[in-house]
Write a protein that binds this ligand. Structure first.
Ligand SMILES: Cc1cc2nc3c(=O)[nH]c(=O)nc-3n(C[C@H](O)[C@H](O)[C@H](O)COP(=O)(O)OP(=O)(O)OC[C@H]3O[C@@H](n4cnc5c(N)ncnc54)[C@H](O)[C@@H]3O)c2cc1C
Length: 336
């Protein structure tokens, strides 16, 4: 590596991997990202679906995010200026048993026109290989190759970043770094069933989004803002962690039916669903975080980042990726 820039692989192009890559690229490094998904963004996920009014995008992962830290708020403000992000201005309530309250005040943001537009825009300046699942890290002296699904190996890299959910990171690190694998395995992510439901008539509840803090199947309900001419009222439901865990392997039809019933109760409407779709997130929201921004083993040049280091928020995933890049720069570039 002496005299040349280190070759860095980042596995996972969610917001943590992207934040890490952008910081490394800002000093002239050229990290290479690999992601198993069709598009970068990970849990900042939007899907294009056909409706009676044509194609439209719906978000089925994160619905909005906060920007409480100065560094992230600065990045977000610039992206709002560039029309890639927008303030999330939905009328949002929190229901706890029978009482409803306005969600506490906080600056909230979302992608424009959909959540995935934001990572897609950031990813444009990066070298990302999509639809490429990494199956193993293969040590080659002081370097690593990555094994792909078809058994082939990539070029060699001087350093590798795991920007994937905790369980996947632990699996990939088991051979080259069992200690990092063990520490990563201490984090825990809960699953989440997500269901979209297009209702045959437009209910008019007093909210656009509702967080439910009580026992029961639903944790979150949100109107998917569409075109005014939409003939369908489209709502998204996120099931609670406990309910999702208990029904994780259930048949999609049964899951959908239970969640649509709960949605209609929440909206106090009896409109029939015109169509429904479901998505099962196996690793959705962090339940137990490591409590440290990232892990970086300067000797083996292996690092991890992602929301599971600090907590279940987009902003914390971004902070984790950024923190890892800073640690890497302090040792990798100094070692040239
Ligand atoms: C249903 C749901 C609702 C949420 N709501 C909110 C919210 O309202 N507000 C908020 O702030 N946050 C919310 N979140 C959390 C937020 O989305 C995450 O904290 C954040 O997006 C995590 O980013 P990340 O980069 O750490 O991980 P991810 O986005 O999961 O990125 C990891 C990437 O790694 C890729 N990958 C995994 N394994 C491999 C492999 N072997 N090879 C190649 N690629 C691989 C995946 O395809 C993925 O793109 C929600 C999440 C979900 C699922």
């Amino acid at each position: 590596m002496t005299g040349r820039f280190p070759r860095i692989a980042i596995i996972g192009a969610g917001i943590a991997g992207i934040a890490c890559a952008r910081r490394l690229a800002s000093v002239g490094l050229q990290p290479k990202l690999f992601d198993k998904g069709r598009r970068p963004g990970g849990r900042l996920a939007s899907r294009e679906i056909g409706t009676a009014d044509g194609q439209r995008f719906v978000d089925h992962g994160a619905q909005y995010f906060t920007a409480r830290s100065a560094a992230f708020a600065e990045e977000v403000a610039a992206l709002v200026q560039q029309n890639v992000l927008r303030p999330w201005s939905a009328q949002a309530l929190v229901r706890s048993n029978d009482s409803r309250q306005v969600m506490p005040d906080d600056a909230r943001f979302a992608g424009k026109p959909c959540m995935n537009a934001w990572p897609a825009q950031l990813a444009r300046a990066l070298d990302i290989q999509s639809e490429t699942a990494i199956k193993a890290l293969v040590p080659r002296g002081k370097r690593y190759s990555l094994r792909l699904e078809d058994g082939s190996l990539t070029q060699e890299f001087d350093a590798v970043v795991l920007a994937v959910p905790a369980l996947q990171a632990a699996n990939l690190l088991e051979i080259p770094a069992p200690d990092l694998a063990m520490s990563s395995g201490a984090a825990r992510l809960a699953p989440c069933w997500a269901v979209w439901c297009a209702l045959s008539s437009h209910p008019s509840p007093s909210f656009d989004a509702l967080r439910v803090e009580s026992d029961g199947p639903i944790a979150w309900v949100a109107r998917q803002a569409g075109h005014p001419s939409d003939s369908e009222a489209l709502w998204l439901v996120h099931a609670s962690a406990a309910w999702s865990r208990a029904h994780l392997e259930d048949d999609e039809v049964e899951v959908t039916s239970s969640l649509v019933t709960a949605l209609r109760t929440e909206l106090e409407v009896y409109a029939r669903p015109r169509w429904v779709r479901a998505h099962r997130w196996r690793h959705a929201l962090v339940e137990r975080a490591l409590g440290t921004p990232c892990q970086w083993d300067a000797e083996r040049r292996l690092g991890t980042c992602g929301d599971w280091h600090l907590g279940p928020r987009v902003e914390l995933a971004w902070q984790s990726g950024h923190a890892l890049a800073e640690e890497m720069l302090a040792t990798l570039v100094a070692a040239r």
